[in-house]
Design a protein around this ligand. Structure first.
Ligand code: PMP
Length: 451
């Protein structure tokens, strides 16, 4: 598909960059070492700069534009809502907010029928933790190593990314455990079934040593995203559900990245037949057109706050523009079969295509994923599984790989020694194949760094 884009205007691009450099302080970056691309526009699976280059968005930005860029139905819904009612405090009943909540509740699994809105994923996690503590009267929260839950106080402490900083204070009450990951098994298992059993036993042991009566919640990404798209063995999440039930622990599934079609189902939990007590969402709920996140709450936990107040809130909770974009996004995804498109794409194009690339490129250690949610684990040595760059470090090999992607018109999502293949769920088969061809070129560069 050839997407129209405006004529090149390098002078305008240079001005945008200079203005950015003057006053914008960027996330997750050494300010003096970055050179952000000046973006002129976007449409569907593409965005473009001021120099006449366009990029196929295999990142979906931060894995949020599930519906693609600038979907006309969502843009129109935001414009209509802006003309009608831009803002109203969370305490009022508003049609667009109740409709967004209804559409979300209808799709979340089980009896997660009440929706608390936030402005994004981290705030959703913060509130899920607060709800679990108030519901149980217990202090501790367990979460997995190799996870990402956000960059606010509780969320960053729950995050079990290998990276650690002096600013995250290892808050009291957060305990990490290992979740299953056969390729780099913390349990040294030699098969998926064994990995699952050992991971569940390890969780049981952690709970026993921490004291079950002190644990409010277990927080897990259904399919850990930022840390490497590690699809758990089929029995793992049902096993965690059973452990939570036995100990009266609230089970929180974080679907901020995996939810709203990304895995080829509305929620990743649907693949495993599990219903958590709380489910956090953001990103795909409205593709990030206006910041929105939230917590879907079970009937039992919601009832905790029937007679006593919930002590938490945000000025912009359930913001009308964000909710209007969620209503339009969810309705459009349903009307246009976008979740089904992600599933079909994963099965027919991305999965087979990425495995074919792995067969030819020695730098690919493992391919894993589902739907429009895939990771390639890049290695220096397939036999030892030594990562292409050390953990938690940038490195020449990944820098060269990333540059090669961009030279070939592909915008990748790169994290440590991995590239994630996470295009919009709306991507066509033709575009996906174009992206795989660009990836093929870039992997040849990565191969040059193998032993
Ligand atoms: N949880 C998960 C699983 C995420 O992937 C993210 C963001 N990558 C967050 C929480 C935090 O979301 P936000 O950046 O919107 O605060």
């Amino acid at each position: 598909m050839s997407t129209p884009h405006p004529a090149a205007d390098p002078a305008a691009g240079a001005a945008v960059k200079a203005a950015d450099r003057a006053h914008v302080f960027h996330s997750w970056s050494a300010q003096g070492l970055i050179d952000p691309l000046a973006v002129a526009g976007a449409e569907g699976s593409w965005f473009w700069d001021y120099d006449g280059n366009r990029y196929l968005d295999f990142s979906s930005q931060l894995v949020n534009t599930n519906i693609g860029h600038q979907h006309p139905k969502v843009v129109a819904a935001i414009q209509e809502q802006a003309a009608r009612l831009c803002t109203i405090a969370p305490g009022f009943a508003v049609d667009v907010r109740s409709e967004a909540a209804r559409l979300i509740a209808e799709r979340t699994p089980g009896d997660l029928d009440k929706i608390f809105f936030t402005n994004g994923g981290a705030e959703a996690v913060e509130n899920a933790v607060r709800m679990a503590r108030l519901h149980t009267g217990r202090p501790k929260v367990l979460s997995a190593y190799r996870s990402y839950h956000g960059a606010t106080a509780a969320a960053i402490n729950l995050t079990g990314d290998p990276r650690r900083w002096p600013s995250d204070t290892a808050s009291a009450g957060v305990v990490h455990f290992w979740a299953p990951f056969l390729y780099r098994s913390p349990f040294h298992s030699d098969g998926e079934q064994q990995e699952c059993e050992r991971a569940l036993q390890h969780l049981e042991d952690t709970i026993a040593f921490e004291g079950p009566a002190t644990i409010a919640a277990i927080v897990l990404e259904t399919v850990p995203g930022t840390a490497g798209i590690m699809v758990p063995p089929p029995g793992y999440l049902p096993g965690v559900r059973e452990i939570c039930d036995r100990h009266g622990i609230v089970f929180v599934l974080d679907e901020v990245m995996a939810g709203f079609g990304r895995t080829g189902r509305w929620f990743a939990a649907d693949h495993f037949g599990v219903v958590p007590d709380l489910l956090t969402f953001a990103k795909g709920v409205n593709s990030g057109y206006v910041p929105l996140g939230g917590v879907a709450i079970s009937a039992e936990i919601a009832a905790t706050f029937d007679e006593r107040p919930y002590p938490g809130g945000l000025t912009y909770s359930g913001h009308p523009l964000a909710c209007a974009s969620a209503v339009a996004t969810i309705n459009t995804m349903a009307e246009e079969g976008i979740v089904e498109n992600a599933a079909r794409l994963g099965e027919r194009v991305l999965g087979p295509g990425l495995r074919e690339l792995a067969g030819r490129h020695p730098s690919v250690g493992e391919v894993r994923g589902l739907g429009a949610f895939w990771a390639l684990e890049l290695v220096r040595d397939r036999a030892t599984r030594e990562p292409l760059v050390p953990y938690a470090a940038a490195g020449e090999a990944m820098t060269a790989f990333t540059a090669a992607c961009k030279q070939n018109g592909l915008w990748p999502f790169v994290n440590m020694n991995r590239t994630h293949v996470v295009p919009p769920c709306t991507i066509t088969e033709e575009e996906a194949k174009e992206g795989l061809a660009a990836l093929d070129q870039a992997l040849t560069v990565a191969d040059g760094f193998t032993v």
